[in-house]
Structure formats: structure tokens, C-alpha cells
Design a protein around this ligand. Structure first.
Ligand code: AMP
Length: 335
């Protein structure tokens, strides 16, 4: 039985490589420098493989993205540019980048512990409210750093929180594919994200800001504690309708055992008005993450297990759709 280590991580784990000033290598096949191994996962835009750098034997992750259009290439260039500004222990680190015809490849630090939600539903794992604070604190630390660099992540969701190892309690935020540089003096609007986790201002195509990520942090926290998704409807449009009115509650019995401090933490994030939500810095100073004694009783994970299984199904369906799309566009000899 693995009870998550409920002590806050002390010190930082040494990164497997020092900071690198990555420039995109053009017209070069990553296979010249890296050996590709098994697939690690798939996102909306790419496939991630384990790989080894030939000269150093360093184990890394290679994210391949097909870029049939100029715009797709520009998106990956933006992701690389943003990642260059994000050197922090809670954030995935960039190692190398390639453009090879219609395929772009980003080489990343390898994170071996798998997705946070997959890990916490494991039968060998005991989840407590206290352990949730350990994860949420690290998420807020990562988001705080991103925001201090004037960047918005814009795709905060459970799949983008990975565990560093299979047994430790450290996490990292991944996937800066939708991230944007943000100038608070300029209006920024976006129309993307995952309906379950996007903020009302995204659904309404209003101005977004740092609070947009904090809404998603609030949804992640709600799901982690209860296994229930606060705005989930039967269809995506229904989910988005629920988000726009920002109506949710803690009525389900799954919340009976959850402390009022935890609920207050979520309440201060899931506010319709973006400007009234806690910032990442304020979240870190909220009593739930800073000083209050948090219950160490084991949480019932029945809902969370069902939630993760539903997401696995969704992912499988998305993979089939992505494969179909790529089948038409990708030359498998390129990978
Ligand atoms: P992404 O397209 O960046 O969202 O990645 C898709 C999936 O690949 C993620 O949900 C992870 O399961 C996996 N993944 C992405 N990056 C890494 C990494 N650096 N190390 C290990 N697995 C990863």
C-alpha cells in the first residue's frame, strides 16, 4: 500500500541536464541525434515517445507534431519560445527542437511517473485531503512562476500534471502548446481549451487573464478531492452552458468528509468574475495550502476512479480521430 508521502518535498531534484538555450534546428532529422523508443502518450497535436540522445545516452521525451500548414509550424515555434522562458522545477524543461519538413519535434525532459490522476487512483495508493494539498501547492507554485513570466498556460487540466516518479510526491506541469505571452494592458481572447476546465471568459470569448488559469486550477482541485466534475454536462455545449453561469455546489455526499477550508479554497477560484479569483500567489497563502492542519483521513476514490476511466475512454476516441487525421497527413517514414 502506497500512502503518499505527506511531507512537502524538501529541496529540488537535480534536473538531468542544465538549462539549454534551445534554438530550433531546421532541415535536420531528430533521428540523427536521438534513438526513438516506445510511445509515452498522445495529445491533441502530437505523439510523445521515449528517446535517448546518442552522444550522451540521456533518456528524454520526443514530442512529434505534424505541421501541414505554416500556422501549425508557428504554433510549435511559439511553444518552444515560451518554454525557453520557463525554467522552473515544477515545469517541464526543454532540451532540443527540430523542424524537418512538415514534422516538428520537441525534445523534452522525460517524466516517468505518469499522469497524476492515474497515479492517485491506483489500488496501492492512499489519497487523503492532506496529500491533495501537497499536489495543489506544487501546481500553484508552477502556475505562479508561469504568470510571473507574463505567460498564460491556458490548458491546465489533469492530463497536463505528471508525477516525476512512481513513488515520490513531486509533480510537473506539461504542455505549453496553447500557452500565450500576456500583456495585461492588451485585450487577449482565445477560443480553445477543454470545456470541463475552461473559464467562463473563454466560453464567452471575453478578455482572458491570469485568473483564467486559476479557474482551471479550481476545477482540478474540485475533481481531485471528490472525483466529480463541477460543470460537466451530457454534451460539450451543456458543459459550456454550465460554465458560463458558474453554478456548482458541494452538495454531493463526496464532500461530506472534505474540510470547509478546502471548499473555501475552491470557492475563491471558481468565481465568475476573473478579477476576483485568487491569484496563484494568494492561493499559496490560503490557509488550506499554508498553515491549517488538513485531515489525513483516507478519501473515498470511487468517483475519482470512475472519472479517470471515463477520461481514458474519451482519450481512446480522440486517439482514433487523431490517427485518422494523421493517416492522411503523415509520412510514417519521417518518424
Ligand atoms: P502533450 O501533447 O504534451 O499533452 O502530451 C501527451 C501525453 O504524452 C501526456 O498526456 C503525457 O501522458 C505524455 N507526455 C508528454 N510529455 C511527456 C514527458 N516529457 N515525459 C513523459 N510523458 C510525457
Amino acid at each position: 500500500m502506497i500512502k503518499v508521502d505527506e511531507n512537502d518535498p524538501v529541496g529540488e531534484v537535480q534536473l538531468s541536464f542544465p538549462y539549454r538555450d534551445v534554438q530550433i534546428k531546421r532541415g535536420l532529422d531528430p533521428k540523427e541525434e536521438y534513438d526513438l523508443q516506445e510511445e509515452l502518450g498522445r495529445g491533441k497535436f502530437g505523439i510523445v515517445y521515449r528517446c535517448t540522445e546518442k552522444t550522451s545516452n540521456l533518456c528524454l521525451a520526443a514530442k512529434y507534431i505534424t505541421c501541414p500548414k505554416k500556422e501549425d509550424r508557428r504554433n510549435v515555434e511559439r511553444e518552444v519560445d515560451i518554454m525557453r522562458s520557463l525554467q522552473h522545477p515544477r515545469l517541464i524543461q526543454l532540451y532540443d527542437a527540430f523542424e524537418n519538413g512538415k514534422v516538428m519535434c520537441v525534445i523534452l525532459e522525460l517524466i516517468e511517473g505518469g499522469e497524476l490522476f492515474e497515479r492517485v487512483i491506483d489500488d496501492d495508493f492512499i489519497l487523503t485531503e492532506k496529500s491533495c494539498t501537497i499536489f495543489m501547492r506544487q501546481i500553484c507554485e508552477g502556475v505562479d512562476f508561469i504568470h510571473k513570466q507574463r505567460i498564460l498556460h491556458l490548458d491546465m487540466k489533469p492530463e497536463n500534471i505528471l508525477c516525476l516518479t512512481k513513488t515520490g510526491n513531486r509533480i510537473k506541469i506539461i504542455d505549453f502548446g496553447l500557452a500565450r505571452r500576456f500583456d495585461p494592458d492588451k485585450k487577449l481572447q482565445v477560443l480553445f481549451g477543454t470545456p470541463e476546465f475552461v473559464a467562463p471568459e473563454v466560453v464567452n470569448y471575453d478578455a482572458i487573464g491570469y485568473g483564467t488559469d486559476m479557474w482551471s486550477v479550481g476545477v482540478i482541485c474540485y475533481v481531485l478531492l471528490s472525483g466529480l466534475s463541477p460543470f460537466m454536462g451530457a454534451t460539450d455545449p451543456q458543459t459550456m452552458a454550465n460554465v458560463t453561469i458558474a453554478k456548482y455546489d458541494f452538495d454531493d455526499e463526496a464532500f461530506n468528509e472534505i474540510s470547509d477550508t478546502a471548499k473555501d479554497f475552491i470557492r475563491k477560484l471558481l468565481l465568475k468574475d476573473m478579477t476576483t479569483r485568487m491569484t496563484a500567489q494568494q492561493a499559496l497563502h490560503h490557509p488550506w495550502l499554508s498553515d491549517v492542519v488538513v485531515p489525513e483521513m483516507e478519501l473515498d476514490r470511487t468517483n475519482l476512479k470512475k472519472y479517470v476511466i471515463r477520461r481514458r475512454w474519451r482519450k481512446a476516441i480522440n486517439t482514433i480521430i487523431a490517427l485518422k487525421r494523421m493517416g492522411a497527413e503523415i509520412d510514417t517514414n519521417l518518424i
